[in-house]
Design a protein around this ligand. Structure first.
Ligand code: NAP
Length: 266
């Protein structure tokens, strides 16, 4: 599916912009990168969203939506759209997209920068159980608590569907894909999430264990602080590995600086 939708700030037109950059988005950093690119008069930005969120927050500039059809589809799209560089600002757990971007970059010779936000770091007082994947997280939960706060997005809640004797508070932006755990309550919410709200939530639902992916960043980290304050155990799912050889940066600003080096001065 491709849904071209334009959302350009008044007074800014792509005409005269010489370098087209694709931003693989769906994150706050993706929107930040798009905004920073827009501020540079010679750059045109096209952001790409997976198209899974029903009502996405849109970045500035052109936006397309939906998969490309694997690495080959992306390579064709890059050539057809005269893209000079790609900034992958997808979520650290969007491993397929990043792998496809790396393969498309290798086959086309179009440079790729991967914005990989730093993971969260364990602080004094944290009671983390770090696990390699969601299956391991599901195994760990019953040994840690009976009322779990599950904050892993909507796509893989099914990994917890077979967990017995645990009640889950499941939070995601859109309703999660079934099957869901037998005993659960849904909470639809979008970050950024405030510490006082997270505190209240843990207390109101008598949560005794938190489950999260190691997403990093500030938008959703308040839950970790709230869990630390209450001395709760937290199951932290490790990130999937990055493809070998990709160039990474840690912030939107660093991505745009590196992009500037690649396409040359304005
Ligand atoms: P994924 O598993 O790595 O990607 C699966 C497929 O979805 C890709 O192969 C690609 O399809 C398509 N896709 C993913 N991101 C895309 C993008 N930005 N533009 C166009 N197509 C895209 O990714 P995911 O985990 O489903 O995440 C999807 C989107 O949600 C990403 O943009 C990511 O930043 C955002 N997100 C993910 C998480 C998470 O925890 N995974 C959390 C917050 C936000 P084709 O092979 O057909 O090109």
């Amino acid at each position: 599916m491709t849904t071209p939708a334009r959302r350009q700030p008044a007074g800014r037109e792509p005409a005269g912009r010489q370098h087209r950059v694709l931003v693989l988005g769906g994150t706050g950093e993706g929107r930040e990168v798009a905004e920073l690119l827009w501020q540079q008069a010679d750059l045109e930005v096209v952001s790409s969203l997976a198209g899974r969120v029903l009502d996405p927050v849109l970045p500035v500039g052109s936006v397309r939506s939906g998969g490309f059809g694997g690495p080959e589809g992306l390579a064709t799209w890059l050539r057809d759209n005269d893209i000079e560089a790609v900034i992958d600002s997808t979520h650290p757990f969007a491993a397929d997209m990043t792998r496809n971007a790396a393969r498309a970059a290798a086959s086309t010779g179009i440079p790729l920068i991967v914005l990989h936000r730093p993971p969260w770091t364990k602080c004094p007082g944290d009671r983390w159980t770090q696990v390699p994947d969601l299956a391991a997280a599901a195994e760990a939960v019953p040994g840690l608590g009976g009322r779990a706060f599950l904050t892993i997005g909507r796509q893989q809640v099914r990994a917890f569907a077979g967990v017995q004797d645990v009640w889950f508070l499941v939070r995601s932006i859109d309703p999660p894909d079934p099957p869901l755990p037998a005993r659960h309550q849904l909470l639809l919410a979008r970050g950024p999430l405030r510490l006082e709200d997270e505190r209240e939530l843990l207390q109101a639902h008598h949560v005794d264990v938190l489950v999260t992916k190691d997403s990093g960043g500030t938008a959703t980290e308040a839950k970790l602080v709230a869990a630390r304050e209450r001395g709760l155990p937290v199951v932290v799912v490790a990130r999937p590995p990055l493809p070998a050889g990709v160039e990474t940066v840690g912030s939107a600003q660093a991505a745009v600086r590196r992009l500037r080096e690649m396409v040359g001065p304005a």
